[in-house]
Design a protein around this ligand. Sequence first.
Ligand SMILES: O=C[C@H](O)COP(=O)(O)O
Length: 256
Amino acid sequence: MSRVPMLIGNWKMNKTLQEARDFAQRLGQQSMHLKPGCEYAICAPYTSLHLLRVMLPAQVQLGAQNVYHEVSGAYTGEISAPMLVDFGTKFVLAGHSERRAIFGESNEMIARKVSTIMKAGMTPILCVGETIAEREAGQTEHVVKEQVLSGLANLESGEVETLVIAYEPVWAIGTGKTASVDDAGQVIGWIRQILVDQFSSSVANHVRILYGGSVKADNIASFVGHPEIDGGLVGGASLEADSFVGMAKAIEGGQR
Ligand SMILES: O=C[C@H](O)COP(=O)(O)O
């Protein structure tokens, strides 16, 4: 089956309101380049969500970078899924390697977030990927399998087929080093096989699996051109509207 490719920006902890406004204005001026054959979203800091909801071109959906698994209560500093739904948020990242490494999120916590996001009617983007030490020790397949299976542990098959997975080798994030298209395609192929074994071929064929790690306008088409890779989760290159549009054009111009 053919899956609609995705271009998802992750701003991480970047942009004041003025900077977010400048981005949205510039993107709006070029929105004719955001063609319907691809799905677009920006995962912004909470502080920019309202502004982006108002200002982003209609083709670009709203995403958040994190959520807490409880709905309300005494959890100082946290944001719940219903609060994100209020802003019109469609996607929420779960298990980004920066959350795992810097904030100590375990596979179990990530699984709770994934089901919370799904139950609230939003789409989780479950991020998985090995460190350089794990890759060099030949553990990539094992690590990714554990992250995928534990991340999805609280979902039914019908829920799994609507979610998005992002394979982001930790050593390729923000470093300028990308995985080769073949290596990324191989790991994403393993992930799809895990979904076949655990759920069914039909579920596995629906799930979009993205590559992330130093993706930009001049390399995204080669990733999306690989039959297993359904788009990009992009950090640095999503911060400028021109570069976001450059990636959209590259996907549109690529062979898929
Ligand atoms: O979520 C995005 C990834 O961490 C990739 O970031 P990057 O494109 O800056 O390498």
